[in-house]
Design a protein around this ligand. Structure first.
Ligand code: UDP
Ligand code: MG
Length: 317
């Protein structure tokens, strides 16, 4: 099979039939074999009934139904697990992404040898409240992830080589950072294609609100931390802890030695507890020890984690 199209959806009943018809037309025209995997992420409308009807009529329509709403990332994860095509395309269900882009995306993966191609909604049809924060977000994501050639991390329309989706684990709200996940797993050929974007035809956006950005940034920090120190937490906490401890220790020695020196030389002296530096050093030493212990605990945890030897092996001969 050439292509698996993975479509997460949450209350998109009005779009599904039209979306499938459009996909089917494009795939027939380009003579590509394909499957469509709809992941119904706990919709409360008639979405699932419509998916069942499509499935009854067309054998290449598959569906996964979540018992409740988990979010876009878990939906993608389960879709990726099921996907059988050599190239996996993800797209939103709301008709904002155009299936006409699929053949070119497919070509970029199969012929230009990209591992992942992300859509770039150069011209967006979304309100300013959405596009402006997104610009900021993308700038940070580019910086942190080191993937400098992507303008639009969060575009729902993306194409992947099958290996990529089988070797990354999208969870939480990590769908915004799939290119970063892919890069961390060793897939370096990440490209971009300008794609058409439509205004939402039916319903409303499912990602409103400011907390999306706060959570987005927190996720980025966790990802950065995990990819740098995930399997060697001691390198982070140990270094910081030792530094603080050493600084604290040296300054407490200085405080004490100054007092003793002055005492024996008959100069006026203060009790060590009267010096603010004493307390600063004490705090530094305590925090240092704690960080160090945190590092040890982190090591113990990561040593027992089932992920500890989860390396990305591309091939075995
Ligand atoms: N979606 C989902 N689960 C959710 C929220 C959204 O599967 O909890 C789907 C939604 O149905 C759509 C896609 O994710 O197919 C993108 O959502 P939306 O169009 O609301 O996001 P926007 O385009 O406004 O960023
Ligand atoms: Mg949308």
């Amino acid at each position: 099979m050439d292509i698996s199209i993975v479509i997460p959806l949450f209350n998109e009943e009005e779009s599904l039939v039209e979306l499938y018809a459009w996909i089917d037309r494009v795939m027939q025209e380009n003579k590509l074999s394909y499957e469509v995997i709809f992941i119904n992420d706990g919709s409360t409308d008639r979405s699932w009934t419509i998916i069942e009807q499509l499935h009854a009529k067309h054998s290449n329509v598959k569906g996964i139904k979540f018992r409740r709403n988990y979010g876009k990332s878990p939906a993608l994860f389960c879709g990726f697990e099921q996907a059988q095509g050599n190239v996996v395309i993800t797209m939103d269900a709301d008709l904002q992404d155009s299936p006409d882009e699929i053949p070119e995306l497919y070509r970029m993966i199969t012929q230009d040898q990209y591992d992942l191609v992300s859509g770039w909604k150069q011209k967006r049809y979304d309100p300013l409240s959405k596009t402006l924060p997104t610009k900021l977000f993308n700038a940070t994501a580019r910086k942190v992830s080191g993937i400098k050639n992507l303008h639009d991390f969060n575009c729902g329309l993306k194409a992947y080589r099958k290996d990529v989706v089988k070797n990354i684990e999208v969870y939480g709200e990590m769908h915004r950072y799939i290119p970063y996940l892919a890069k961390n797993a060793g897939f370096n050929r990440i490209g971009e294609k300008v794609v058409q974007h439509q205004a939402r035809k039916f319903g409303n956006t499912k990602f409103g609100g400011w907390n999306r950005f706060v959570n987005g940034y927190l996720d980025l920090i966790s990802l950065w931390f995990l990819s740098r120190f995930g399997i060697k937490p001691m390198h982070f906490f140990g270094l910081l802890g030792s530094l603080m401890f050493v600084v604290g220790f040296i300054s407490v020695v200085i405080v004490g030695a100054t007092k003793l020196y002055n005492m024996y030389n008959g100069m006026p002296y203060r009790l060590v507890t009267e010096s603010p530096y004493f307390y600063l050093s004490l705090t530094a030493m305590i925090i240092g020890t704690q960080l160090f212990l945190t590092g040890f605990l982190g090591e113990l945890i990561s040593r027992n984690s089932p992920e500890r030897n989860n390396y990305q092996i591309e091939k075995i001969i």
